[in-house]
Design a protein around this ligand. Structure first.
Ligand code: HEC
Ligand code: HEC
Length: 455
């Protein structure tokens, strides 16, 4: 089920309940007519109101998408239906009517209610849409390039889509990048057409000199620019010519983002890339995974066509292409991102991806630069005092909670750059990835962050 759609089951049940509301109304009117001494206006009014209410709620359900339908159904609709049942019972009791409604109706209603509750229980958020199982796990036998590129797609977008969330896999790329023509988030290049670009980039004069020259060592990644033969052996390109090719550019983009910074997307005059080194924590893709991602990038713009892919298929120890892949990813990539609060705080923060955009004191490897440095012990009180602050927080914890659940409530000004940080870049979906305890724990931790001593 896709998050943007109606849920057919719940739309159907809403209609069924609306019809049931009308049935109850008619039943009450008939019963009242058949007997003496019943206040037909009173009871007709009550059940008429219920019937109209059910009808209006059903109409409202059609304006909602799946996740909201579920919420509305369980928080409001079902309660109204239970109230109606209760009043129906009161009606029969107060008028001393023994027979009540036909058993078949009550049986049907009971069955529907039980199945709704069961369906609701199994359907309760997070909702998932299953793709065909990812081909990544312990591949034995023949792996085609199509399957290998699909493994790359799963690393980027995840195997399952969660209602109301962007689909994001282990590689975390869609946090920052877009992939479709014309879809620009602004802060990071759209990766549509990157295969074609990769061949041109390595021929540009700018590539040879900026922000560093070919042959120079980039310290953050430990990679020497433009020297495919000097890339650590396990990640090295496996065949092909000595000169730089498109594959080298893509590989280098992932392993050493600062080796070349796309114009207008870097920090400090395009001398530093805000993109994390993909083979280091927190993302830490393995060799096979990097190759799969490159295979995906090289083939995604030509569906069904894999001629432009130059990375090799993974090999087993005997060198057989398509043989066993040693690095079978753990199966937790199949699950939607969710933290319960039982994890330690570092693991929680890494799972959620905050370090990709934020520098967070006390979290190893959290040196992201797309968002403000999290020094909330000092920052939060400043933000609340800012005359432009329109949020609801009155103390640090509330401010941090608000920033996580509703980043748009206050958009931080970047003093170094002299402009606001980008609004809309920080995901607005963390509420769906966090249990109540996890959110508390995260807020506790972030509220205590301050600049490291001596800086
Ligand atoms: C924290 C945000 C962020 C994440 C996560 C991220 N990137 Fe990037 N990426 C950037 C930025 C910013 C640039 C532009 C600066 C540069 O050239 O390094 C970039 C550049 C690139 C480029 C070069 C594009 C071009 O037009 O030449 C490629 C390819 C790329 N990223 C691929 C990926 C892939 C694949 C992933 C996931 C495995 C990923 N990125 C994850 C921010 C990110
Ligand atoms: C894709 C990048 C991105 C990710 C991932 C991200 N953020 Fe942010 N965050 C930003 C940006 C950009 C801002 C500044 C703009 C704004 O205020 O909305 C920001 C602002 C904040 C602020 C307000 C900071 C201040 O000093 O006022 C807090 C707190 C925060 N983020 C916490 C988090 C936490 C916790 C996580 C992980 C659960 C997270 N962010 C994940 C980009 C990101």
């Amino acid at each position: 089920m896709l998050p943007e759609q109606h849920d057919i089951l719940f739309s159907f049940l809403a209609i069924a309940f609306a019809l049931f509301g009308i049935y109850v109304f008619i039943n009450v009117i008939q019963t009242s007519r058949e007997r003496e001494g019943i206040n037909i206006k009173l009871w007709g009014g009550i059940f008429g109101a219920f019937a109209i209410g059910c009808f209006l709620m059903t109409v409202h359900m059609f304006d909602l998408v799946q996740a909201d339908q579920l919420k509305f159904f369980f928080s409001t609709y079902i309660l109204v239906v239970f109230m109606m049942l209760f009043f129906w019972g009161v009606f029969f009791k107060s008028n001393k009517i023994e027979g009540q409604s036909p058993p078949i109706i009550r049986g049907f209603f009971f069955w529907t209610t039980v199945s709704v509750l069961l369906a609701g229980y199994t359907n309760w958020l997070p909702q998932q849409r299953s793709d065909p199982p990812p081909k990544a796990a312990a591949v034995v036998g023949d792996l085609t390039m199509e399957e290998f590129a699909d493994m790359g797609r799963v690393i980027i977008f995840g195997a399952k889509q969660v209602a109301g969330q962007k689909s994001i896999g282990k590689g975390q790329c869609p946090l920052c990048h877009t992939f479709d023509p014309g879809d620009n988030m602004g802060r990071c290049p759209n990766l549509f057409g990157v295969e074609e670009r990769s061949h041109k980039r390595v021929k540009e004069d700018r590539y040879a000199t900026s922000p560093m020259a070919i042959g120079e060592l980039e310290p953050a990644s430990g990679i020497t620019k433009g020297k495919p033969a000097e890339i650590p052996e396990e990640y090295r390109r496996q065949h092909g010519p000595d000169e730089l090719v498109g594959e080298d550019y893509l590989r280098e983009s992932l392993m050493c983002p600062t080796c070349y910074v796309v114009e207008g997307f870097g920090k400090d005059n395009d001398t530093k890339s805000p993109m994390p080194v993909i083979v280091k924590p927190p993302i830490s893709l393995s060799r096979v995974e990097v190759n799969a991602v490159v295979a995906y990038l090289q083939s995604k713009d030509t569906p069904g066509e894999f001629a432009s892919v130059t990375v090799p298929l993974p090999q087993d120890d005997a060198g057989n292409t398509g043989g066993a892949v040693a690095e079978a990813p753990a199966d937790d990539e199949d699950r939607p991102v969710f933290v319960t609060g039982k994890e330690d705080i570092q693991a929680m923060i890494n799972t959620l991806g905050c370090p990709l955009c934020h520098t967070i004191p006390g979290v190893e490897g959290a040196v992201g630069e797309l968002g403000p440095k999290l020094h909330e012990k000092i920052n939060a009180p400043k933000r609340i005092k800012d005359p432009n602050y329109k949020g609801k927080a009155t103390n640090t914890r509330e401010y941090v909670r608000e920033s996580i659940l509703n980043p748009g409530a206050y958009v931080v000004f970047n003093e170094e750059a002299g402009e606001s940080f980008p609004d809309g870049l920080m995901p607005t979906t963390f509420s769906e990835m966090l249990s109540v305890q996890a959110l508390d724990k995260l807020v506790d931790f972030i509220s205590q962050t301050e600049p490291p001593a001596g800086s």
